[in-house]
Design a protein around this ligand. Sequence first.
Ligand SMILES: [Zn+2]
Length: 328
Amino acid sequence: MPVVTSALPSWTRLRLRQSAHLRDLCSEISFTTAHLIQPIFVVEGLEGTEPIAGLDGNSRLGLHAGLETIGRDVAAGLRHFLLFAVPSHTGSATADGAFAARVVEAIKRRFGTQLHLWVDVCLCSSTADGHCAISDERGRIDLAATLSALGDLAVRVADAGADGVSPSDMMDGRTAWLRQSLDARGHQPVPIMSYSTKFASQFYGPFREAAGSAPRHGNRAHYQIDVRSRTDAIASSIRCAEEGADLLMVKPGMTSLDLIAPIREATARLVGAYQVSGEYAGLCALGREGLADVDAALLETWHVFRRAGAAFIITYGARRARAIGVPA
Ligand SMILES: [Zn+2]
């Protein structure tokens, strides 16, 4: 009488893993380039491109270079882009959005419906202190002024043709305010993909250089979530869903895998994962040291995001996807 030690006898596992065809048959995870979102940094006044330290294959781009880069990405099967428009002048604190609107117009004029353009909505590339909010003279967040500036920015880029907006600031009430602001200007069809569960993290370093958004003083721990706070992390996404977010997100993605399914279940909304700059740069660094095959490692992490229930993945490696073997 054989003793069955697990539900799946070991010979079955061995048999089903012996060829690529069988492994593919048994795989439960699949995705295409339609599930990936490529971030893109367009910098006012920049001519050409400026590589971003650590983020292989990603640069700060002048407008012309940005259009060229997006053209190549679209040809390589990418459909979704998350735009960070970085104005040359900081300190206005209100982020009038003029530059972002110009970039959006130029991209949509060139590519139309070939792509879906999400636009990051935050103030940290514009505020003098690099924070995501407008502060009063004592350094306290002025929520009313911040929400008002965010709403104006969202409307401005939607007027310019943005296909979706993506608030990343983590201010209370900003999703509801953006929805209300957009609707009041006839932008009911514009979806909000909210950075709904965003932790204070060490993994944002390369991004802050790229977006010129490193805080000049202090950190963001007073408005981003503490990594130890699971309840707060889920509640933050529930709040965004209740306020009208159409899509939710965890960030950083690789350190938030455990939260994707609980948030989806709690909100009945699709949840994506942002594989942030430090996570991507870490894989690139392993590759440079000869300690990992970056492409294989990237693909592995994307499969894990999908296994964890991520509907979409924002990643600096999206433009490598076709070359890695992700189908279009
Ligand atoms: Zn910000």
